[in-house]
Design a protein around this ligand. Structure first.
Ligand SMILES: NC(=O)c1ccc[n+]([C@@H]2O[C@H](COP(=O)([O-])OP(=O)(O)OC[C@H]3O[C@@H](n4cnc5c(N)ncnc54)[C@H](OP(=O)(O)O)[C@@H]3O)[C@@H](O)[C@H]2O)c1
Length: 272
């Protein structure tokens, strides 16, 4: 039975599935994986953004497919598996980068927006990982790279659900890494600090103190560190030396000290 399963997956073409690849960190990660020789399936909602990303990477010579899907829906996640099956491919590496944030006091946030955040940042990561991890284990190869956040290491007042969603991603990653140890797959989480993408403006946090007071990295720098860390089999990948210190502080400074500081950093300067 196990050897039948191995033979089934061995007959399929291995491909890296990158969600949120139409822009930002996902797009930069797609470039890293393409340069590393991985064939790609790029997934996001915006067909134009995906087409531009694919065109930009054409010179790398790898096979690049695109799929428009809303991963905040169960049907969107299922369509990734359907697309792979229809094209005779298997997910070798799953990069979960699609994600959204939501700024401001929790009680004032729109309930639908909150549900959408939970669906995309947690449910889709869980759904896609459950779909593709068994094939990776059967082949004894590949892995999952989840784009989490330094924010997942502590509670974040003013971005409460977002920080909590990234804590879930980190916890899931570390647990799956332990469960699958020694079976040939890599399970990693990338924990960037602030990155220069449209992400902050989209969640209404572009005037927050953290963007002014903490360093902002480029999506390319973060993706380079993420790809390198994933190749090395690191479980938690902190891009940049500064964030290794931030991570230590987030681990060891007591929450009663840290949470008010984070809450202040996440406040909008326009809130006074
Ligand atoms: N930027 C930061 O400072 C920062 C820091 C730490 C962690 N992160 C994490 O890094 C990841 C990427 O963030 P980013 O800065 O690259 O954000 P971004 O520039 O806003 O890009 C988000 C990507 O996700 C896709 N996406 C959004 N909603 C989707 C949906 N429902 N279904 C499918 N795809 C969807 C977007 O494409 P479409 O709009 O075309 O769907 C886009 O490709 C996120 O998980 C975020 O939490 C970001």
């Amino acid at each position: 039975m196990a050897s039948e399963q191995t033979a089934y997956f061995a007959a399929l073409k291995p491909i890296a599935v990158i969600t949120g690849a139409s822009e930002g960190i996902g797009r930069a990660l797609a470039a890293e994986f393409a340069l590393g020789g991985h064939d790609l399936l790029l997934v996001a909602r915006c067909a134009n953004g995906l087409a531009n990303a694919a065109a930009e990477l054409a010179a790398t010579g790898v096979d690049i497919r695109t799929l428009t899907a809303d991963l905040a829906t169960a049907a969107g996640c299922a369509s990734v598996e359907t697309e792979l099956a229809a094209s005779g491919c298997t997910c070798d590496v799953l990069v979960n980068s699609a994600g959204i944030g939501l700024g401001g006091p929790f009680a004032k946030q729109d309930a639908n927006d909150l549900n959408r955040l939970v669906d995309l940042n947690m449910r889709a990561v869980t759904d896609l990982t459950r779909r593709f991890l068994p094939g990776m284990l059967a082949r004894g190869a590949g892995g999952v790279l989840n784009v989490a956040s330094l924010g997942g290491l502590a509670p974040g007042p003013q971005q409460a659900a977002y920080y909590a969603s990234k804590a879930y991603v980190i916890s899931l990653t570390e647990a799956l890494d332990s469960e699958t140890a020694g079976q040939g797959v890599r399970i990693s989480a990338l924990l960037p600090g602030a990155v220069a993408t449209k992400f902050h403006a989209r969640m209404g946090a572009e005037h927050s103190y953290y963007l002014q007071m903490l360093g902002v990295m480029s999506a390319e720098q973060v993706a380079r560190a993420g790809y390198r860390g994933f190749r090395r089999g690191q479980t938690l990948i902190y891009p940049g030396l500064f964030h290794h210190f931030n991570a230590l502080a987030l681990h060891y400074v007591p929450h009663w000290v840290m949470i008010p500081v984070i809450g202040w950093l996440l406040r909008s300067r326009q809130a006074g």
